[in-house]
Design a protein around this ligand. Structure first.
Ligand code: ADE
Ligand code: ZN
Length: 340
C-alpha cells in the first residue's frame, strides 16, 4: 500500500452521505436471492457488476431499486449494514451517518420495523465492537408524493428515538424541496434534524429552497452551487457543509472525468466540503477510494486531505465534546504521520 493510501485509511473520519441500500454488493444480491428463492435477471455476480454502467441519476436509480428487492427480513438489513460498517471501520471511519429509504421496502410489504430493527442492531453491534458511533437518517423518496412521505414519517414515529434526522433523495429534477416543505416542518416539530440532496443534477435554486424551506443542516452533493456565486458566499458565511461524493458524480456523469470535478475549487472557496461514498457497491469504491481518487485526479495535498477529515467531524451530528475529541485525534495522527 502506498504511503498516501495508508495516510488516508488511517486518518480518523466521519462518513455523512451513505445510502445503506447502496452498499448492497452483487455477491450479497445473489446470496439473498438464493435465500428467498428469487430469480435474478443476471446469470452471474460478474454479469450483474458489468451492468453498472450508468448514463445519469435515473439510470442508476432503476438498477438500485431493483437490487433492493432482495432485502426482505430483519436479518437481511442487519447483514447489509454490518458488512458496510466492517468495511468502513477498516478504512478509518469512526462515525457513520447512514441514510435508509423505508418507502423502497414498505411498498413491497416489508415491515418498517424489520428495516429499522435490522439496521439499528448492526449499528449497535459496531458501537460495541469497534467503538464506532452513528446517526440514522430516514430519507423520503422525492419522486413519490408528499402525502406518501407524510405517511412514512407517521409510520416511523414509534422509532423516533433511534432516528436523528430526515433527508430527501431519489430523482432530483422536477421534484424540488418545496414539494416536501410541510413534511419537513412536521419532522422538525418532532425534533428531527434535516438534510436534503440538492444541486446534484438539479439547479442551485434547489439548494436555496432546501435551506430556506426545509431548514437543512447540510446539503447532500451541492456540487452545482458554483453556478450561483451569491449562494456560494452564503454557504461559506454560514459554513453549511456539502457532503460531496466524487466517484458517484463521475459514475452518474455529473462530471465527465474525475479531473473535471470541482471539489478542490469548492474547498479553496472556503466551503465546508466533505468526501463520502454515496452508494459504494455501485460506484466502484468506499470512502478511502473516494479520498484517493480526488487526491490523484485533483492533486490534493495531505493538508487538504486532513482538512476534509476535520470537515467531516465538524459537519457531523456528534456533540461538541465528541467533535473536540476527534479533532485532537486527527491532529495527533497527522503529527505522527509527519514524523514518520
Ligand atoms: N439514492 C441513492 N443514491 C442517490 C443519489 N446519488 N442521488 C439521489 N438519490 C439517491
Ligand atoms: Zn446520495
Amino acid at each position: 500500500m502506498s504511503s498516501i493510501e495508508s495516510f488516508i485509511r488511517g486518518l480518523p473520519k466521519a462518513e455523512l452521505h451513505l445510502h445503506i441500500e447502496g452498499t448492497l454488493e452483487p455477491e450479497m444480491v445473489f446470496a439473498l436471492a438464493h435465500k428467498h428463492g428469487m430469480a435474478l435477471r443476471y446469470p452471474s455476480v460478474q454479469a450483474l457488476r458489468e451492468a453498472y454502467n450508468f448514463t445519469d441519476l435515473q439510470s442508476f436509480l432503476d438498477v438500485y431499486y431493483a437490487g433492493a428487492a432482495v432485502l426482505r427480513d430483519e436479518s437481511d438489513f442487519h447483514a447489509l449494514t454490518w458488512a458496510y460498517l466492517c468495511r468502513a471501520h477498516e478504512q478509518g471511519v469512526v462515525h457513520a451517518e447512514i441514510f435508509f429509504d423505508p418507502q423502497t421496502h414498505t411498498v413491497r410489504g416489508v415491515a418498517i420495523d424489520a428495516v429499522i430493527g435490522g439496521i439499528r442492531r448492526a449499528l449497535l453491534d459496531a458501537e460495541r465492537t469497534f467503538g464506532m458511533t452513528h446517526r440514522l437518517i430516514l430519507c423520503f423518496l422525492r419522486h413519490l408524493s408528499a402525502a406518501d412521505a407524510m405517511r412514512t414519517l407517521e409510520e416511523a414515529l414509534p422509532h423516533a428515538a433511534g432516528i436523528a434526522a430526515v433527508g430527501l433523495d431519489s430523482a432530483e429534477s422536477g421534484n424540488p424541496p418545496a414539494k416536501f416543505a410541510a413534511v419537513f416542518a412536521r419532522a422538525r416539530r418532532q425534533g428531527f434534524l434535516t438534510v436534503a440532496h440538492a444541486g446534484e443534477e438539479g439547479p442551485p435554486d434547489y439548494i436555496r429552497e432546501a435551506l430556506d424551506l426545509l431548514e437543512v443542516s447540510r446539503i447532500d452533493h451541492g456540487v452545482r452551487i458554483e453556478a450561483d456565486p451569491a449562494l456560494v458566499q452564503r454557504l461559506v458565511r454560514d459554513q453549511v457543509p456539502l457532503t460531496v461524493c466524487p466517484l458517484s458524480n463521475v459514475m452518474l456523469k455529473v462530471f465527465a472525468r474525475m479531473e473535471d470535478h470541482n471539489l478542490k475549487r469548492l474547498l479553496d472557496l472556503g466551503l465546508c466540503v466533505t468526501v463520502n461514498s454515496d452508494d459504494p457497491a455501485y460506484f466502484g469504491g468506499y470512502i478511502a477510494e473516494n479520498y484517493l481518487a480526488v487526491h490523484r485526479a485533483l492533486g490534493l495535498s495531505r493538508a487538504d486531505i486532513a482538512q476534509l477529515a476535520r470537515n467531516s467531524i465538524h459537519a457531523s451530528f456528534l456533540s461538541a465534546a465528541e467533535k473536540s475529541v476527534w479533532m485532537g485525534k486527527i491532529a495527533e495522527f497527522v503529527a505522527t504521520a509527519q514524523r514518520a
